[in-house]
Ligand binder design. Structure first.
Ligand code: GLA
Length: 415
């Protein structure tokens, strides 16, 4: 009895001397207690997303047509298996708080759409936001995380992109960890793609939270530009690459740096598209197409389905390539591959075509991150020119190489 009295007294004293603000609920920090994630992305995920071409103008007929085209064009067989709905599929929440799709755009419902996509041998992705509303103004998941994860699992969703608009006063690590826990409790294996644009350095803390994380702001369909939207900027291919390149130590199997969806086939020149695609492969980036694949040109199709280039992106070592040397507008990139092979890429950032004499011996180097050596001293590598599609003289011979403006030459060297 005496003990009870003293506890009550202690509580009263504490309350009466505690300032009101300190009595407010304190934020819960979620981090170390997240269950291990399902290992769904041993190599960077590949697929298609609605955003870059269609923005908010999506509906179930369009998504079904894309599923058909992913099979008919050969994209699925080339490895592009995720068909991702981005923003604006949403309707309202029902009386119990469960999110519903827009009834006009998706009259058959999400379960039926997921079943259709699965029947094609593809997987389906969906989009939400950690804040009160998505970037497109649709309902966000804040306060509904477990309910939303459960709903996605019931529908048969395989991939969630989770955005970062309207998140004032939300703690990023807490919010993304909360959704990670909700997904893991949902009963379905779901790839978790963080999209906080690198603003809160997800790359440095999200290895157990998600499978990929955006490292930059939104891509803009241009090779070398920045577009000011007042308050935020979208970035060209080179601008994104320059930011993503610095983060290679954070990427690896099941936790990828994501320099955003691709703009290949959306209006850049063929050289620029080739350079864009090649650099995403050199950086072991997720390969998420953003073009209208119903009207994809043969040139774009050949580019994004180049097996040798995709193999560089999908190499099982999962090591993001490095920019090894920059010389008057030309960049030399290397990426270690399995079995002692290397990808070697020359990127021409300039507005004029360049011809050089290339001697691989000048690029002998030890990569501190992978602890692997580009051994041009003792090894005479076999040299395959990927975009030319042909074997060249071995690496101990020098060669003349022309790299057109805003283009690349990529080699695979095997020993
Ligand atoms: C943000 C994301 C984009 C896209 C849009 C949708 O800008 O970074 O990738 O998802 O929202 O509104």
């Amino acid at each position: 009895m005496k003990t009870h009295q003293s506890i009550i007294l202690l509580v009263l004293c504490t309350l009466s001397f505690t300032p009101l603000s300190a009595q407010q609920p304190q934020p819960v920090i979620f981090s170390e207690d997240i269950p291990a994630k399902p290992l769904l992305c041993p190599t960077p995920p590949m697929g298609w997303s609605s955003w870059n071409t269609f923005a908010c103008d999506i509906n179930e007929d369009l998504i079904k047509a894309m599923a058909d085209e992913m099979v008919a064009t050969g994209l699925k067989d080339a490895g592009y298996i995720y068909l991702n709905l981005d923003d604006c599929w949403h309707g309202e929440r029902d009386a119990d708080g469960f999110i519903q799709p827009d009834p006009v755009r998706f009259p058959s419902g999400m379960k039926a759409l997921a079943d259709y996509v699965h029947s094609k041998g593809l997987k389906i992705g969906i989009y939400s936001d950690a804040g009160s509303a998505t970037c497109g103004g649709k309902p966000g998941s804040l306060g509904h995380e477990y309910q939303d994860a459960l709903q996605y699992a019931r529908w048969g969703i395989d991939y969630l992109k989770y955005d970062w608009c309207n998140t004032e006063n939300v703690n990023s690590k807490g919010a993304y960890s909360l959704m990670a826990k909700a997904l893991r409790a949902s009963g379905r294996d779901i790839v978790f793609s963080l999209c906080e644009w690198g603003d809160t350095q997800a790359y440095s803390w999200a290895e157990n939270v998600g499978h990929l994380w955006r490292t930059t702001g939104d891509v803009n369909c241009c090779f070398d530009c920045e577009l000011d939207h007042g308050g935020w900027k979208s970035l060209g291919v080179l601008q994104i690459m320059d930011k993503n390149e610095k983060l290679r130590q954070f990427a690896g199997p099941n936790h990828w740096n994501d320099p955003d969806m691709m703009e290949v086939g959306n209006g850049m020149t063929e050289s620029e598209d080739r350079a864009h695609f090649s650099m995403w492969c050199m950086m072991a980036a997720p390969l998420i197409l953003g073009n209208d694949i119903r009207s994809m040109s043969p040139a774009t199709a050949a580019l994004v389905m180049n097996k040798d280039m995709i193999a560089i992106d999908q190499d099982p070592l999962g090591i993001q390539g490095l920019r090894y040397r920059t010389e008057s507008g030309l960049e030399y990139w290397l990426k270690p591959l399995q079995s002692g092979a290397w990808a070697f890429c020359i990127l021409n950032r300039t507005l004029s075509s360049r011809t050089i004499t290339l001697d691989f011996a000048d690029f002998h180097m030890f990569d501190n991150l992978s602890r692997l050596t580009f051994e041009t001293g003792s090894h005479n590598y076999k040299v395959y020119n990927i975009w030319a599609g042909k074997e060249e003289a071995p690496s101990n011979k020098s060669r003349k190489v022309t790299i057109p403006s805003h283009d690349v030459v990529v080699y695979r060297l095997t020993y």
